[in-house]
Design a protein around this ligand. Structure first.
Ligand code: ADP
Ligand code: MG
Length: 234
């Protein structure tokens, strides 16, 4: 369980808070989407959960343990970025296992996890290629595989499909969702795309100006919007 309790973020003393007072509990195995317009604070919240950004108010708990001041690598989660962040001079396989090397995983386990991950993202035939020899969708799948091999129970994704063309975006939606189900992991997924939110989320949190507008299943948000912002957004 990931619990955000009255989370706030202020980047500088002078400026007002960009995240005002966010409280939500995310359950294990859930596909949780945070959606909202650009600048609404989605990435800030995700980066606070990841430990890449300090939390300036409230509490972040994972499985009951306070995470506020723990470094990213102690949080048992993994993050997939919008720009994939692959190493250009490493092959697909090298990129994928890179995350494992620093975690002292033995070679047999490394090989097994790599092989499983390649199969899952359908890149077995591409294992010795370099990122520049791959399409955008393939690169994004490498980034996903790298997250999967880390063995993290929680994967955070920040607009992972926004650099892909429309057709690929649609097929990747299903792939990511299928993978999440299969692995039984918790995904916190950030997007500004309403369709992605509504088709992928078990629950969706709508954010505007750092304030939660509503949290609910896609059907609840669509049928019973709590305010005009939510109604108009979808
Ligand atoms: P989103 O991901 O929803 O587009 P962000 O979390 O990136 O929103 O940004 C939320 C607000 O915080 C914006 O007003 C943005 O300008 C501000 N912001 C983001 N990062 C920083 C930063 N490093 N320093 C100061 N302000 C920032
Ligand atoms: Mg963002």
């Amino acid at each position: 369980m990931i619990e955000l309790q009255h989370i706030k973020k202020r980047y500088t003393e002078q400026d007002e808070a960009v995240i005002k007072d966010v409280t939500v509990s995310i359950t294990p195995g859930e596909f949780f989407v945070m959606v909202g317009p650009s600048g609404s604070g989605k990435s800030t919240i995700l980066r606070m959960i990841a430990g890449l950004e300090s939390i300036t108010g409230g509490e972040l708990l994972i499985d009951g343990e306070r995470m506020n001041d723990l470094p990213p690598k102690s949080r048992h989660l993994s993050m997939v970025f919008q720009n994939y962040a692959l190493y250009p001079n490493m092959t697909v396989s090298e990129n994928i296992v890179f995350g494992l090397k620093s975690r002292k995983v033995d070679r047999a386990t490394q090989f097994q996890r790599l092989s499983d991950a390649l199969t899952m993202v359908d890149l077995t035939d591409f294992s010795s290629r370099y990122p520049r020899e791959l399409s955008g969708g393939q690169r994004q799948r490498v980034a996903l595989a790298r997250s999967i091999v880390s063995g993290a129970d929680i994967i955070l994704m920040d607009e992972p499909l926004s650099n892909l063309d429309a057709q690929l975006r649609e097929s990747m939606r299903y792939e990511i969702k299928a993978l999440q189900r299969k692995l039984g992991i918790t995904v916190i997924y950030v997007t500004h795309d309403q369709t992605e939110a509504m088709t992928m989320g078990d629950r969706v949190m709508i954010l505007n100006d750092g304030i939660v507008q509503q949290i609910g299943t896609p059907i609840q948000l669509y049928q019973v919007p709590e305010n005009t912002f939510v109604a108009k957004f979808f």
